[in-house]
Design a protein around this ligand. Structure first.
Ligand code: AMP
Ligand code: GLY
Length: 429
């Protein structure tokens, strides 16, 4: 029996906890800090996800046997290394391996050396050199701050003026660059984006089913970017042959290169892919699962996530073939009014007792107030995940139930998975 601490407090961490609860090997479950939903399946600790010393201390005090890390920040700060030092198993990469997400330059250089297809790129530490380079490039170009910037570090620039302005902004944003301020400038790729995930033991990659997410706040991908406003799985334009190719041509060579460099990757590796008829290229890597992708991928997993996480934390994953529920899932993120800008918190949430029994609700920005009332506590509040025998049914279930969740100012996109339903209808015609 295993005592587990999940680090994080979003919908992804609620979904991870929900999945671990299905494992016979789980005894006690803790969250740091968790949310209003995780408090119903485990014990929330008043510890921030990025507070590495407090997490290590809590894990020690509570005799936790496995720490499962949801977000990137604690990994980039070296949580896995600190846990290893005190002899606690961690499912999540070392600080050195987490650079695959924490430094764009690190990831691009790694991809080139591993022979993984990606957009043409250059790195700059001087704004003047970057601006001169942009003048010679066809538009649009993509400008990226090297370090973690909470989703604000990337801009697709249509004009030289936009690129010049963002270069100055990105240089100021870069808090984690090893060589001071650093930016990456890339050619702009076209195609359809998909998120591919693999549980990795340093050598082998056990791929999950893929998922698509929706970053902008508004329907039709309008308005500012968010952490993700919805997701669906499977991705209708990715075949199983495509996935095998991603395993062989992306995950395996990257793991081999990281091992050769002395930074083996153990944990969940996330490849953001741009799929195009002329070939698939990697946009970015993340050192964790996606949110809200986890909310639609994990409910489809038939295997024991806890057993896999323990084997990886101990050294090696026994099998790279998971079984999957064929039924599609659609996840609708319900957000606070004003998100991704300023928003109110403490708004009472109603309607969760009216949700269909086969629909899942994963909490993110929620908490239980002093009077025992569930209230909002963040920008992204809940993900409602619908299931069906077809994508159309899953989508209808997700929206039917999302409508039942009521709080003042609740907002969500109306077009999640619409493309998958329309494309499928076109293919059948
Ligand atoms: P990243 O953090 O590198 O994934 O970038 C965030 C988002 O910016 C991606 O999900 C894409 O939508 C977009 N993006 C990043 N790089 C490129 C590129 N080379 N071409 C087109 N779009 C990109
Ligand atoms: N949904 C995108 C991410 O988790 O980075």
């Amino acid at each position: 029996m295993t005592r587990v601490l999940i680090v994080g407090g979003g919908g992804r961490e609620h979904a991870i906890g929900w999945k671990l609860r299905h494992s016979d090997a789980l005894s006690d479950l803790f969250f740091a800090p968790g949310n209003g939903g995780t408090s119903t399946i485990g014990t929330n600790l008043p510890v921030r996800a990025a507070d590495v010393p407090s997490i290590v201390r809590s894990a020690n005090d509570l005799r936790v046997e496995l720490v499962f890390v949801g977000p990137e920040e604690p990994l980039a700060l070296g949580l896995a290394d600190e846990l290893e030092r005190v002899g606690i198993r961690c499912f999540g990469p070392s600080r050195a391996a987490a650079r695959i997400e924490a430094s764009k330059h690190f990831a691009k250089d790694l991809m080139d050396r591993a022979g993984v297809p990606t957009a043409r790129w250059e790195t700059f530490t001087e704004a003047a050199d970057a601006k001169r380079y942009v003048l010679e490039q066809p538009m649009p170009v993509v400008v990226k701050a090297d370090g973690l910037a909470a989703g604000k570090g990337v801009a697709v620039c249509q004009t030289v003026e936009d690129a010049t302005a963002f270069i100055d902004q990105a240089m100021a944003l870069d808090a984690f660059g090893e060589a001071g301020s650093r930016i990456v400038i890339e050619e702009c790729l076209v195609g359809t984006e998909v998120s591919a995930f693999a549980l990795c033991d340093g050598t082998k990659a056990a791929m999950t089913v893929p998922a698509c997410d929706y970053k902008p706040i508004g329907d039709g991908n309008t308005g500012p970017n968010t952490g993700g406003m919805g997701s669906y799985s499977p991705s209708e334009f990715v075949s199983s042959a495509d996935l095998r190719a991603v395993h062989d041509d992306v995950f395996v060579p990257v793991l081999a290169q990281m091992r050769a460099d002395g930074n083996p990757f153990r944990g969940i590796l996330y490849a953001g892919l741009m799929v195009h008829s002329e070939g698939t290229k990697v946009l970015e890597f993340n050192c964790r699962m996606g949110d809200p992708e986890a909310q639609v991928v994990l409910p489809r997993l038939r295997g024991d996530l806890l057993a896999s996480a323990i084997s990886i934390a101990e050294g090696s994953i026994p099998s790279t073939d998971f079984e999957w529920d064929e039924r599609p899932r659609v996840g609708i993120v319900i957000a606070s009014e004003g998100y991704p800008g300023r928003y109110e918190t403490g708004v009472p949430i109603a309607g969760l007792d009216e949700i269909d029994s086969d629909t899942l609700v994963f909490h993110a920005g929620t908490t239980v107030d002093a009077r025992g009332q569930l209230v909002t506590a963040g920008g992204r509040v809940l993900t409602v995940v619908g299931t069906g025998t077809t994508m159309m049914e899953a989508r209808e279930a997700a929206y039917r139930n999302a409508e039942r969740v009521r709080f003042k100012g609740a907002q969500y996109r109306r077009d999640i998975a619409l493309r998958a339903v329309t494309d499928a209808a076109v293919r059948q015609a």
